[in-house]
Ligand binder design. Structure first.
Ligand SMILES: Cc1ncc(COP(=O)(O)O)c(C=O)c1O
Length: 469
């Protein structure tokens, strides 16, 4: 069993952050013993003094036991809602294969030709795919026509003309705009990503758009909305399911009998039960009659709910600047990954989970070359007073709960030469982090690997360990 070793080698294995100025921290799940095991083995195998090129790079552990669990919870909590996994959140080939062969016949939400082709290559039936991008390139619509993926969303008149020209047999689904102000007052939290800034027809214009579709002779089969990715306010589901029923009736007046209601994404593992309760109550109230008569198919496009908690990133410290060398007084740590690689989440408030720091194999000569400072480069477990200067009361209290471990203030950077490449501007972390140590970011499976770039010559592939497949 390797996990105890990782604990032994950990500077501070579980750094819980409370009260630190950090919007919407979402670290909830914890890694499994098998994940810890894989992390420990990898870390112990890398010696910064002699490792191969790129072996300090980040690596992933994907725990399919967590995916399986997420699917099971979905089945239990939302039995009437068929899942179309949003491929864009994490198109890991093994994950897609796993989902495509799952007995619950999961569908897929694709955003482009590339995703359609990937999913079709897994022998998924075109009926089990929705091309859920309301603004598609004409050549991609032609491809959808060629491969007979009929379900596709739209939210504007030009898109209707494109569909009429390239795929007149498509089953069009009208995406309407969600309203944050209808469910949130100024201070309350909404979604991490307000997708309605970009997509969705206004409810006021929906009748006119449907009339155009009718004149064009297009087959409009249903409605879609997306409450925004990472939605904390579950009232958004309630409100927009109500709005959907209104548009459903508008469509009936125009001459369309809809059969599909797509309630989109926004689901997170952290507030899923609450969201599912809101969805079920609203469906009973607004669509209970249609559900009872079997006249509506309800679908959803969760992405992060499935992928985020299953993937853990571990990445190494490649450089450190001592606080004495730095005006800010913070110790600066440079990781092998940053916002242009696997940690794009750092640019979105609330997306990144707080890291755990694990002690790795360090450079032998390092200690003697360092100026004597508060940094400790041996066991790391020290009881020390943390710098509290400049912190307000609430922050101070948050830090106080961590003082036992001996923390100091850090700024954490990515590896590129761009000053935007910052992972954490300010964070209390264990004293004495050195080159060769590792940062573990849990729950990072959504919008991470798919956002990697080759900026500054970064590698766009990283080692992936799969467990509980
Ligand atoms: C159309 C569509 N469906 C589903 C998703 C996935 O939603 P989530 O990130 O909330 O899981 C997105 C995310 O951008 C989306 O644009």
């Amino acid at each position: 069993m390797m996990s105890p070793q990782i604990l032994e080698n950990t500077l501070y294995y579980e750094t819980k952050l409370k009260g630190w100025p950090w919007p919407g921290l979402s670290s909830i799940s914890s890694t499994s013993a098998a994940t810890d095991d894989a992390i420990a083995k990898h870390i112990q195998s890398i010696d910064p003094e002699e490792c191969d090129l790129y072996s300090e790079d980040g690596f992933w552990v994907a725990d399919f036991g967590i995916v399986r669990n997420q699917l099971e919870i979905w089945r239990r909590k939302l039995p009437r809602v068929k899942m179309f996994y949003a491929v864009k959140t994490n198109p890991d080939p093994k994950l897609l294969k796993y989902l495509s062969s799952h007995p619950s016949k999961i569908g897929f939400d694709c955003a482009s030709h590339g995703e359609l082709a990937d999913i079709l290559s897994l022998s998924v039936s075109p009926d089990n795919i929705i091309y859920a991008n309301p603004c598609k390139a004409p050549s991609h619509i032609r491809y959808a026509s060629k491969v007979n993926v009929k379900k596709m969303t739209f939210d504007n008149l030009t898109e209707l003309y494109k569909i009429k020209t390239h795929f007149p047999e498509a089953e069009c689904i009208l995406r309407f705009k969600v309203s944050k102000s209808a469910v949130c007052d100024d201070d309350s939290v909404g979604a991490m990503y307000e997708l309605s800034k970009k997509y969705g027809v206004t409810i006021d214009y929906s009748q006119e758009l449907l009339l155009h579709a009718k004149v064009l002779g297009l087959n409009v089969t249903g409605l879609a909305f997306h409450v925004g990715s990472g939605q904390w306010n579950v009232r958004s589901y309630t409100h927009h399911i109500e709005e959907a029923r209104k548009i459903w009736e508008i469509a009936r007046d125009v001459g369309y009998t809809f059969t599909v209601l797509d309630i989109g994404g926004g689901f997170m593992y952290s507030n899923f039960e609450e969201a599912a309760d809101a969805v079920n109550t609203a469906l009973d109230k607004e669509f209970g009659d249609l559900i009872g008569r079997g006249e509506v198919e309800i679908i959803a496009e969760p992405g992060r709910y499935v992928s985020a908690p299953a993937f853990t990133l571990t990445t190494s410290v490649i450089a450190v600047r001592d606080e004495k060398e730095e005006q800010s007084g913070k110790r600066m740590v440079y990781l092998a990954d940053g916002i242009y690689s696997n940690i794009n989440a750092a640019i979105w408030p609330g997306e990144l989970t707080f890291p755990t720091v694990v002690k790795g194999r360090r450079m032998a000569g390092l200690k003697s070359t360092l100026p004597t400072s508060s940094a400790s480069s041996d066991s790391g477990i020290e009881v020390d007073e943390v710098e509290k200067e400049g912190l307000d009361e609430e922050e101070e209290e948050g830090v106080a709960t961590l003082v036992k471990g001996g923390l100091q203030e850090y700024s954490i950077w990515g590896p590129t030469c761009d000053c935007m490449d910052v992972v954490l501007e300010s964070a209390p972390l264990p004293r004495g982090i050195e080159v060769g140590d590792w940062f573990v970011f849990k729950d990072l499976g959504a919008y991470s690997t798919c956002m990697r770039t080759g900026f500054n010559g970064l590698s766009t592939t990283h080692k992936m360990y799969y467990i509980n497949e």
